[in-house]
Design a protein around this ligand. Structure first.
Ligand code: SF4
Length: 334
């Protein structure tokens, strides 16, 4: 492991200053569940590590507000997952937490850092023997002619087809969440749908954050569809595994038809993937299994499957269908 300077600021302003001074070799450290992994693998080699876990002002969260839910970036995933009000009012957000990682990791990981976890593409994490445009720009993509079981069906480019691996961001994008950030230029707000980039010709640039920008909170506008929501995750084993396919859905029914529909996909795209195609199939229709199946198929109409991941087209459509049936049950509960 390379040696690095370790700093532990006590205010957000100090953290921003330390990052600005550190240049491109500096990294923020929160729970460490991604950064330490990648440092051990040699994929990340920061020269300056800025530990932000003492920024207590960013550690709280409030799910009781009348207009929005607010999550400080340093709230622990396990605390958010266990929040009773979140489970009742926004089960999709709570389930996305419960179904991520393990309890030990959720105890360490923070909700802001969770948004920025990096791909599980084995060629990216495998290091130098493998060509990888994301890790080493311009070197090629070993996954293209290799095992593409984990590759994206949606949002890929010739340069990279790595799947965005997270769960929480998928549920957040379904609810039009917003991320607030702080940098030397002040505060700004970024819709979560615009936080993660598709790879295009620069897969090494994964988000629209500037290098010196710190996520300070996540806000979720209240939605009448919150209670009739779910995060449905299909994986190779039922615990401690990344999604093969996942769906965050929420519906509001009125006079027997869908008046509001929210559908987002995980495990199949290069970023948290909202599906307006699926939503438009649902709107104005009774939420029958046939309609749900049509919505699932619409979500994958533009999919580009490879050799080993083609099974995810059908699996993903069924994941959406099942999620919508769960949401319907919840919508019909008194
Ligand atoms: Fe690298 Fe992306 Fe290719 Fe994986 S899919 S090897 S992350 S360039």
């Amino acid at each position: 492991m390379r040696s690095f300077t370790y700093l532990r600021p006590s205010t957000p302003a100090q953290a921003i200053e330390a990052m600005a001074d550190g240049g491109p070799g500096a990294r923020f450290l929160a729970g460490g569940t991604t950064l330490y992994d990648l440092m051990k693998l040699g994929v990340e080699g920061p020269l300056r590590v800025i530990d932000i876990t003492r920024l207590d002002a960013l550690a709280g969260f409030d799910t009781s507000g009348p207009r929005e839910l607010v999550f400080g970036a340093l709230a622990r995933m396990s605390d958010v997952a266990a929040d009773r009000r979140l489970k009742e009012d926004y089960p999709a957000l709570s389930e996305a937490m419960w179904k991520a990682a393990s309890q030990q990791l959720r105890n360490m990981a923070r909700v802001g850092g969770n948004l920025l976890q990096r791909t599980r593409c084995a060629y990216f994490r495998g290091g130098e023997p493998f060509a990888c445009n994301k890790r080493d720009p311009g070197s090629g993509c070993a996954a293209r002619d290799g095992m593409d079981r984990g590759n994206a069906l949606l949002g890929a480019s010739d340069a990279c087809a790595a799947v965005y691996p997270g769960d929480w961001a998928v549920a957040l994008v379904a609810f039009d969440a917003v991320v607030d950030t702080l940098s030397p230029r002040g505060e700004r707000s970024i819709p979560l749908a615009e936080l993660h980039r598709e790879p295009g010709s620069t897969p090494e640039v994964e988000t629209t954050l500037a290098p010196d920008e710190l996520i300070v909170r996540i806000r979720v506008p209240r939605s009448e569809a919150g209670r009739a929501s779910t995060y449905h995750k299909i994986r190779d084993r039922e615990s401690y595994a990344f999604a093969l396919t996942s769906a965050a859905v929420a519906v509001r029914l009125s006079a027997g038809v869908v008046a509001e529909a929210r559908v987002a996909l995980g495990g199949v795209a290069t970023r948290p993937w909202r599906s307006p195609e699926a939503e438009s199939v649902l709107l104005g229709q009774p939420l029958t299994e046939d309609v749900a199946q049509s919505a699932g198929q619409a979500a994958f109409a533009a999919a580009s499957p490879g050799v080993h991941n083609a099974f995810k087209v059908e699996l993903g459509a069924r994941t959406i269908t099942d999620a919508l049936m769960i949401a319907r049950q919840r919508a019909e509960q008194p």
